[in-house]
Design a protein around this ligand. Structure first.
Ligand SMILES: [Zn+2]
Length: 140
């Protein structure tokens, strides 16, 4: 069976650099640990949100205006944190799916692999540093 080697050496192989299996594995570990962290933070935030709601229901009767105002602010902050964490968790999840499909971590402009160090800092990066600075120069 020569099917596999034909696919690997097929056309397009030399137009874009290919990321090594080691690097893909490194990115997978990176995304997984990010996902786990966000998941833990999210669950903590859900519990906190729940607690705030219970407190609110519990003392709503005796509240003066200022008190209930600060509680609302506290609850709003908790809710927006929840949303942010959920977004970031979904991003990490999507990134892992795209990594499996082989579409994650390549620059959308020059299609070269984005360096692992950059993905470590900006897991949602879609361009390499080179293309990003080019784009910013054009925009500015
Ligand atoms: Zn690029």
């Amino acid at each position: 069976m020569l099917v596999n080697s034909a696919v690997i050496t097929g056309k397009g192989a030399d137009t874009a650099k290919v990321r090594s299996t080691d690097e893909i594995e490194q990115i997978r570990v990176l995304l997984q640990s990010r996902f786990d962290d966000l998941n833990a933070e999210y669950e903590q935030a859900v519990a906190e949100n729940h607690r705030l709601r219970l407190v609110e229901i519990g003392d709503a009767a005796g509240d003066d205006q200022a008190d209930s105002g600060s509680k609302t602010a506290e609850r709003d902050a908790a809710t927006s944190l929840l949303r942010t964490l959920l977004d970031r968790r979904t991003q990490a999840e999507t990134a892992m799916q795209r990594l499996d499909e082989g579409t994650y971590g390549n620059c959308e402009n020059c299609s070269n692999p984005i360096p692992v160090e950059r993905l470590e800092v900006f897991p949602s990066a879609t361009t390499c540093v080179h293309c990003k600075s080019n784009r910013e120069r054009r925009a500015g």
